[in-house]
Design a protein around this ligand. Structure first.
Ligand SMILES: Cc1cc2nc3c(=O)[nH]c(=O)nc-3n(C[C@H](O)[C@H](O)[C@H](O)COP(=O)(O)O)c2cc1C
Length: 372
């Protein structure tokens, strides 16, 4: 396809796919889109393994990586704090709430001999810098940052290493900040998206961001899982689409089987923007978990990254038990956008790319006829 984004990133179709799973990333890149590996939950060592595997699979075919350095988080003045320093900021009231919630839903304990983890992910400038060190030893074509402008050092090092830099924006002001910081591509992500998301819908956000950063290319994100939605995004001025939810029900995705089943059954009314997993508003499937945390009777979630540290063990406990414990099944949730209502079938990721492109071409042909 003729597209500035395809020329910049070296792919055939302007479809970018965010996923934490390397198999999805590889399948989308092989199908002509660009798979982008979410790296925030990986240690530098694990990222090294994933990127080596991807490059073995893909050869010269391009792929990207995604990190998270939020504009604001606890410890941001120091570029991020150690888990041992952050622990002290977690109040007893929230600790008790987690314990009581798991008891109320009879979620079994984890095995005693498992390896303990602090639950602290790499969402800090220091954490992302270590991931970038690894990325620069490999050959991703793109690095994207979520929740804020990439730090100047990240942009400089990425550009020096020949990478294209993108950043997600939920408001036109954020997009302008990213542009001033020196990003090459802005991802305008609307309210309906899965994961962390703002308050402006894709339909309203994309044209405003396109106008605010022109001629910098914009990718539209949030609510895009079909060719008609892609055509709408391109009509709004985007030069490509950035997708996330739709890959969670592909054959390649190792989404928890209970979550996959819930996604397939869910409608577009079954998601909620909730701070209950990360401390920042993130769209996810409605469940007893977010209902309890978002209830005015509870203590309320903590900020980022404390909430993740607080709940990571509980999340693990819930997912370990969800296949057999009815309480854990009620609690289990995962990030997903409103397009979950369209995700009714498990398909190979390659098929999803091709279905989007075929429907996109049909839509353009149908609309061109209006000019006859
Ligand atoms: C399970 C899940 C996890 C996500 N995690 C991240 C992340 O770590 N970094 C990021 O930039 N975006 C993340 N996102 C947002 C996606 O990059 C993308 O912008 C969003 O999914 C697009 O909207 P859609 O879900 O309607 O396709 C996540 C989305 C989902 C569904």
């Amino acid at each position: 396809m003729q597209s500035r984004i395809c020329d910049m990133l070296g792919m055939e179709y302007p479809i970018l796919a965010f996923s934490h799973q390397r198999d999805v990333v590889a399948a989308v890149s092989k199908a002509g889109g660009l798979g982008v590996l979410g790296a925030v939950a990986l240690s530098p060592e694990a990222l090294d393994v994933e990127l080596s595997w991807l490059e073995e699979q893909l050869g010269e075919t391009p792929y990207g990586i995604d990190v998270i350095v939020p504009a604001h988080y606890i410890g941001d003045e120091q570029g991020g704090l150690e888990a041992s320093d952050l622990e002290a900021f977690i109040p007893q009231e929230q600790r008790d709430f987690v314990k009581e919630l798991l008891e109320r839903y009879s979620v079994p304990e984890l095995p005693q001999d498992r390896e303990a983890s602090s639950g602290l992910l790499s969402w800090s400038a220091k954490g992302a810098a270590s991931l970038l060190d690894v990325a620069l030893q490999h050959h991703p074509r793109l690095i994207a940052n979520a929740l804020g402008s990439p730090p100047p050092d990240m942009i400089k090092r990425a550009h020096d290493g020949g990478l294209i830099v993108a950043a997600l924006a939920g408001r036109p002001e954020h997009a302008v900040k990213h542009l001033k910081a020196g990003v090459d591509i802005v991802v305008a992500q609307g309210y309906e998206a899965g994961g962390h998301t703002g308050e402006i819908s894709t339909m309203v956000l994309v044209p405003q961001v396109v106008d605010a950063v022109s001629p910098t290319p914009v990718l539209a994100a949030g609510g895009i899982a079909s060719g008609r939605q892609m055509a709408a995004a391109m009509a709004l001025g985007a030069e490509g689409v950035w997708t996330g939810s739709v890959w969670l029900t592909t054959e390649e995705a190792e989404t928890h089987p209970v979550v996959k089943e819930k996604f397939i059954a869910a409608t577009s009314s079954d998601t909620v923007r909730s701070r209950s997993i990360t401390g920042k508003p993130a769209r996810q499937l409605k469940s007893a978990w977010n209902q309890a945390w978002d209830s005015p009777d509870g203590p309320g979630p903590l900020g980022m990254p404390l909430q993740t540290m607080l709940v990571s063990e509980a999340q693990l406990r819930i997912s370990r038990a969800a296949a057999t414990s009815p309480g854990a099944r009620d609690l289990i949730t995962y990030f997903v956008g409103q397009v979950v209502g369209q995700m009714n079938q498990v398909k190979p990721a390659r098929r999803v790319v091709l279905d989007i492109i075929e429907e996109y071409a049909d839509t353009l042909a149908r609309m061109a006829k209006q000019l006859d």
